[in-house]
Design a protein around this ligand. Structure first.
Ligand code: ME8
Length: 651
């Protein structure tokens, strides 16, 4: 954000494919990041679009008896409609068949040709039609099948004249740029992959296709017998989409891009072809190319060619748009692969959304309706409980900002869910139902007010992830219509006591709990969205003692930092610990006093079960359990290998 602005892009997807969860993921991720930046008052531009030239489109159009353009016009709708359903807020949708884009590509080609950075030569090599890539003998290492990850199709030998971009001359410069700009390729291990690729001599890049073989592309301005290679054309969308060559003021405003979000499958094109192309054009490089991992089905990448894709529309219809967005964002650790399963989806939905968030809202609404006719009271008597709670909320805001800027979105979301859980514990602890029974309106007013205040803060912080549901939640809190979508994180700290006097409305459930077959074996489980069909969840019979991965993940393991430890009088095996889990501070009682002194354990980063029902141990409340390995008389705490944040998920 050198110019103070935030410009984010997704890959432009092949218009031929039907969008699946993988495409939806990158686009939702870009949308969530764009929305967060807007909510921090940072001028933001978000570009997505479709890649429409090349052999695959030409072939598909021929098969359907359509011109390639008519075929693209028909298929692009799949993406546009899905993005609309998913509430994607892109500022522009670029198609590589847009006349403006085509003109920019031709201008760039002509300029590079005029400066002898593009030349003609005869080419002999093997070609993969599917990937539209040439491969040298070295790339193929003796084989004839396409080496692209997940492809493996037979390549064919080709001899033809073509135009080449002098990419090889930028090899040393590129290596140096990557080494001196650690933020350029993220996560860092992906930079190492590109550097590994650059250990071999970099060849020049074939940037043309003879029309005799492929006519569906942008014609080279200096030779009408050829069209431009689809990747050379496609990458240019990132600059043509923000005014390069047509609107200098716009280009200056948004370029260099803050993030090109991509999947790890297209790392080389983005971290080798694209920077060298920009260098040749004399254009600054994007600040960061961020390659996320893959959604997998079992051990395989989800992809159309493997025939294992999950259609986002089915999930949206069954569980709703926001639950789908939430799951994708919360489940994948940015940069790593993640396995998709409907069981994991339901599990997360039930734990986080129906139980934690939904229950907190239902409880406060019911209590406020019963005791105040739904009008949120003004807090009267405050205690340490409120001070602690306010502190939890206050700390969550910068932590969320940090998570966004550090591209640790799932961590930021986990922190917000910790705030929600702290809200539920606050209700348990302060027991407003007892306060109401005893007529303690001084305390009751505060408890209901601050629970609503947690929900208001959560609604702002989760709005970028679940825009529809957070608006619904805000409507229930009585926030005026005009302010329902006014969810600016930058305003959160400034707005205090805004809820008193607002009229809450009743709600059945913000997220209806989904019953799994284990809970209701004979009955079909109700769908989250009343109008939608229930999803299939099949109970699997497992050998005794074996659990599924989803059962394992019901246990929420988190890193925690021990802030303070003390002995418990009369219990020589127990220590009372104050631990920090992300933004939350909890008390834990642990049977480790014979192995660790309070001084030894303080400061350690340990692993705890974070979703254990609180229990009283020797009259002292314990909100969770730490993990330790025990062998006879020896006990050692389970910890992480080196310094680490608290609140991170373990698993
Ligand atoms: O490569 N998991 O387009 P494409 C996660 N047109 N993300 C996935 C995924 C999966 N299983 N499958 C696909 C192209 N994606 C070119 C791009 S850009 C100048 C040209 C996402 O339709 C991910 O972002 O094959 C991946 O990089 C992209 O879709 C590939 O989309």
């Amino acid at each position: 954000m050198e110019n103070g602005n935030f410009y984010i892009t997704t890959p432009i997807y092949y218009v031929n494919d039907r969008p699946h969860i993988g495409h939806a993921y990158t686009t939702i991720l870009a949308d969530v990041l764009a929305r967060y930046h807007r909510s921090l008052d940072i001028p933001t531009f978000f570009l997505t679009g479709t890649d429409e030239h090349g052999q695959k489109v030409q072939k598909a159009a021929e098969k359907n008896n359509l011109t390639p353009q008519a075929h693209c016009d028909e298929t692009v709708v799949r993406f546009k409609e899905l993005w609309q359903k998913l509430e994607i807020t892109n500022d522009k949708f670029i198609r590589t068949t847009d006349p403006v884009h085509k003109a920019v590509v031709r201008k760039i080609l002509q300029d590079l040709y005029d400066r002898d950075l593009i030349y003609k030569n005869e080419y002999k090599g093997r070609y993969c039609v599917h990937c539209e890539r040439f491969f040298t003998d070295k790339d193929l290492s003796g084989s004839t099948v396409c080496p692209e990850d997940g492809c493996g199709r037979e390549t064919s030998e080709i001899v033809e004249s073509n135009y080449f971009f002098r990419m090889s001359q930028y090899q040393d410069w590129l290596i140096d740029h990557i080494k001196t700009h650690p933020e350029f390729i993220q996560p860092a291990f992906r930079a190492n992959e590109t550097l590994g690729f650059l250990r071999n001599p970099l060849g020049d890049l074939c940037i043309s296709r003879p029309k005799s073989r492929l006519h569906w592309g942008i014609e080279l301005p200096f030779d009408s017998d050829f069209v431009c290679y689809v990747w050379f054309d496609a990458l240019i969308n990132y600059i043509s989409g923000v005014g390069y060559g047509t609107d200098e003021a716009m280009f200056k405003k948004w370029w260099p891009a803050s993030y090109h979000l991509i999947g790890k499958d297209i790392l080389t094109t983005h971290t080798v072809y694209w920077p060298t192309m920009l260098k040749a054009m004399g254009v600054e490089l994007p600040k960061t190319i961020f390659a996320h991992g893959w959604w997998m089905i079992g051990a395989e990448k989800m992809s159309k060619s493997r025939g294992n894709v999950v259609n986002p529309i089915d999930l949206i219809q069954t569980y709703g748009v926001d639950a789908f967005r939430y799951f994708l964002m919360a489940e994948m650790s940015l940069g790593q692969d993640a396995v998709f399963s409907e069981d994991a989806f339901i599990n997360r939905y039930n734990c986080d959304l129906a139980n934690d968030l939904g229950n907190l809202l239902s409880r406060v609404v019911k209590m406020t309706l019963r005791n105040y006719g739904g009008i949120i009271p003004t807090p009267q008597v405050e205690t340490d409980n409120e001070t602690d709670l306010k502190e939890i909320i206050r700390r969550a805001i910068p932590e969320m900002e940090e998570a966004i800027i550090g591209m640790k979105l799932e961590h930021g979301i986990a922190q917000i869910m910790n705030v929600v859980r702290a809200g539920n514990r606050y209700l348990e602890k302060t027991a407003p139902w007892t306060l109401a029974k005893n007529g303690d309106v001084g305390r009751l007013s505060s408890v209901l007010y601050y629970t609503a205040e947690i929900l208001r803060n959560v609604s702002v912080m989760l709005y970028p992830v679940m825009p529809q549901k957070m608006v619904e939640l805000r409507r229930v809190l009585g926030i005026p219509e005009g302010e329902l979508e006014n969810c600016r994180i930058s305003d959160l700290n400034n707005k205090q006591n805004v809820l008193s006097g607002l009229q809450m409305t009743d709600i059945d459930a913000l997220f209806l709990r989904i019953k799994t077959e284990e809970e209701a074996p004979a009955a079909a489980k109700p769908a989250a969205d009343k109008s939608a069909k229930p999803a299939e969840v099949k109970a699997e019979v497992l050998p005794e003692g074996i659990i599924t991965i989803d059962e394992f993940f019901k246990t929420q393991l988190r890193t925690a930092k021990v802030l303070k430890a003390e002995r418990i009088e009369g219990a020589d095996k127990l220590l009372k610990l104050q631990i920090e889990i992300g933004s939350e501070v909890r008390q834990l009682v642990a049977g480790v006093a014979q192995y660790y002194t309070p001084e030894e354990i303080t400061g350690k980063t340990i692993v705890v079960v974070a979703n254990l029902k609180p229990a009283k141990i020797r009259g002292v409340e314990s909100q969770g359990m730490l993990l330790a390995a025990k062998d006879g008389k020896d006990l050692k705490l389970i910890s992480v290998d080196g310094p680490f944040v608290s609140g991170a998920s373990v698993g």
